[in-house]
Design a protein around this ligand. Structure first.
Ligand SMILES: Cc1cc2nc3c(=O)[nH]c(=O)nc-3n(C[C@H](O)[C@H](O)[C@H](O)COP(=O)(O)OP(=O)(O)OC[C@H]3O[C@@H](n4cnc5c(N)ncnc54)[C@H](O)[C@@H]3O)c2cc1C
Length: 488
């Protein structure tokens, strides 16, 4: 186990876990503090999650919404970044253990800011993920891009042979929250506008786009009026909205939904997108075990009013991981929480009095339905249509990190919203299948690299032979139709 390279100073050490909204704004908030900041995150980038759906549907490139954290923090001399998935936090010894490709690093801290966010929740049906990826990471978005554009390609192939291709031309989005609405709206726009002249054997405009939710309305937090308006707008775009229906099964070829009256319906669809439910990072479990702070059903940890953990005033938890006063899982909760924690850490070192409980200032919510159509809630104000869409455009431009990202987003939006085109339609087989291939390897990506420590050629060759045998077995199962993707 390698300790983190120690640049040992007498300064107060702050470890920040995560490079999302909470992590990045927490680190930046300590820019002028007399501390050494170490950001540990499992990706090398800061991800602007609200625009992931645009990467998945070919509007934006991944680079424009995910700048390297190292570059963002390059000018902040008291901050450094370490790549690694945090696998352990020892609150007594004040140590964070992280891992990357089987290599472990232990980093000591004086203050800790935990901002590891949330993952997709399949409500206890994790096996659904194989065929209905969620949308939480760049990998997810690129996989979905491959699956969506790939479905049209498979439909063209099938139709050229005279096959029924309805299952390839049916797209199901599960979850009618902002992400689900945005995805369904964009797939409908792809089918009806972007791709309409591109195929010969199929008519992309005949694609069926279905949005399913167990709730009785679209966008529940936006209230009935905006919810109904959004539903109507989606239907105008050609989206079929099915409410009050729960997904009970998902497989390679489709899914089953069940209505409250006991009816069930099978929808044949190869490209399915899971946009329902979130589960806090599993790090809350270890924090709960060590402090007694309870977890809620979504795995979020109850924090003190000042965002610290019981008995550990040096540990702050922010963003999607926390359960406090019913705060929503939105970017502003993470940003404001992280700024508050950074100010508190700095203030303590300067001998200032505590700030008092964390207070969230709700700046409003918005969701885009399609080009020129959005809904927004700001205080008591309820907006829809072009005005809400322009507001969405402005707010997102402000919050995209870095000038480069803003400029490229603006350029791509001009191409997609004023024109018909989408400049980011590139997909590869690896984007679609690498996740499942890695999951079939015991040890994941770590199984593909040499073990930590000194390089032992003979041992690595033996390991490689083992992997080759494993791959041959997978191939045999695929050939026997016992695993893998069938072309029909
Ligand atoms: C598709 C989508 C659309 C959204 N749209 C909106 C929107 O329009 N408006 C809005 O306000 N909010 C939106 N949200 C919610 C918003 O993105 C989150 O509330 C916000 O990102 C939470 O910030 P966070 O810092 O808690 O977590 P995140 O931003 O998720 O950051 C978590 C960080 O922790 C890292 N991490 C996780 N586990 C570990 C580990 N074990 N070790 C090391 N690092 C780890 C991750 O790599 C990441 O860097 C959306 C979310 C999604 C997924």
């Amino acid at each position: 186990m390698a300790p983190a390279p120690d640049t040992s100073t007498q300064r107060h050490r702050v470890v920040v876990i995560g490079s999302g909204f909470g992590g990045l704004f927490g680190a930046k908030g300590l820019k002028d503090a007399d501390v050494d900041v170490t950001v540990i995150a499992k990706t090398t980038h800061h991800l602007f999650q609200p625009l992931l759906y645009q990467v998945a549907t070919g509007i934006l490139s991944e680079g424009s919404i995910a700048p390297p954290t190292r570059e963002v923090l390059a000018g902040q001399k008291n901050a450094k970044t370490l790549l690694g998935e945090v696998v352990g936090i020892d609150l007594d010894k004040k140590l964070v253990t992280s891992e990357v490709l089987g290599r472990r690093t232990v980093t000591p801290y004086d203050s800790l800011l935990v901002a590891a966010g949330a993952t997709q929740s399949y409500f206890g049906n994790d096996h659904f993920a194989t065929y209905a990826p969620g949308m939480k990471s760049i990998d997810d978005a690129l996989e979905l891009r491959g699956r969506i554009f790939g479905a049209f390609e498979m439909a063209e192939l099938g139709a050229s042979r005279g096959d029924n291709v309805d299952h390839h031309l049916t797209f199901v989005v599960v979850g009618a929250g902002p992400t689900g609405v945005e995805m369904a709206g964009q797939i409908a726009e792809l089918a009806h506008r972007t791709l309409k002249h591109d195929f010969r054997a199929i008519n992309s405009r005949e694609a069926r786009v279905v949005l399913v939710d167990a709730a009785p309305q679209v966008l529940p937090p936006f209230g009935a009026k905006l919810g109904d308006k959004t539903k109507r707008e989606l239907e105008k775009l050609g989206v079929e909205v099915i409410l009050g229906a729960m997904v009970t099964d998902v497989d390679e070829r489709g899914l089953t939904i069940a209505f409250k009256d006991g009816r069930t319906e099978r929808i044949d669809s190869v490209a399915k997108i899971w946009a329902a439910g979130v589960q806090a990072s599993t790090l809350t479990k270890t924090l709960s075990e060590q402090t007694g702070a309870p977890l809620d059903r979504a795995g979020r940890i109850a924090v003190n009013p000042d965002l610290t953990l019981p008995g550990h005033p040096e540990v702050f938890v922010v963003g999607d991981m926390i359960s406090l006063d019913n705060l929503p899982g939105v970017a502003q909760v993470a940003i404001q929480g992280a700024k508050y924690a950074a100010k508190e850490i700095d203030g303590r070192l300067k001998g200032k009095a505590p700030q008092g409980p964390f207070k969230y200032f709700d700046k409003g919510s918005m969701a885009i339905i399609s080009r020129f159509r959005a809904v927004a809630m700001v205080g008591k104000l309820r907006l829809s249509g072009v005005v809400a869409w322009l507001m969405w455009l402005f707010v997102h431009l402000i919050y995209i990190t870095g000038f480069k990202g803003r400029l490229t987003a603006l350029l791509h939006w001009t191409i997609s919203f004023l024109g018909r085109g989408r400049s980011e339609r590139t997909t590869t087989v690896q984007q679609i299948f690498a996740r499942q291939a890695l999951e079939q390897l015991a040890g994941g990506a770590a199984a593909l690299v040499s073990e930590p420590g000194e390089y032992d050629k003979a041992r690595e060759e033996a390991r490689r032979r083992e992997l080759e045998q494993q791959a041959a077995e997978e191939q045999r199962l695929t050939d026997a139709n016992a695993r893998g993707i069938n072309t029909r």
